[in-house]
Write a protein that binds this ligand. Sequence first.
Ligand code: 5RP
Length: 232
Amino acid sequence: MDPAHQNELKRNAGYHAAGMVEDGMIVGLGTGSTVFFAMERLGERIARDGLSIAGVPTSYQAAIRARRYGIPLTSLDEHPDLDIAIDGADQADPDLHLIKGRGAALLREKCVCDAARTVYIVVDPTKMVETLNAPVPVEVLPFASSPVSRRLAALGASPALREGTKKDGPVITDNGNFIIDCDFGTITDPESLETAIAAIPGALECGLFSVYKEKITVIVGEEKGCRVVSLH
Ligand code: 5RP
């Protein structure tokens, strides 16, 4: 898809999600280029309409961008219950299982998703698939990266330590850890796979989001507006 056109679709999704935010809400702020549009719109609503909210950022990137748009920030310590979270995804299937973590923010994104009452996932149509099949990022304690990698391979993955660009060596997450990207091919049972990865000591979190389907609404940006997908 032409990148300029793709950005238009992302904007439609992001703006729609920003419209769901109400005065006084505490908002989880995901990471990535689609969420930027939601933040842009929230910034406009704050400046123009006096919308009063506070955001919990899921990464340094989200925090920096939120400040630029004038969104006041808070933390999960101060607000362990979030009214809403807006985040992106790398893939979503019709049952609203997700793969996240291209931006290496999956650990905090899952904490925020868990803390939120309602979660809006903003995507362009390229992210919608019948069955998940993208590599699953796993955030790994550097101390245990080799044994974790072996355990991931035993689950059927081709594990690859994520390397930096404009930085030699592994990507270091905002939490000081490594990312191992795990190609499992087609993922027919995301719940079982997520449970199996979670049982590996040193695997801190994975990019499969399979247990939040009931509170997730996926907003797919389209030519004219967006398509809203939820299980309720
Ligand atoms: C970061 C993520 C992002 O939300 C996901 O990669 C989508 O990003 P984008 O909207 O730029 O495609 O999971 O860890």
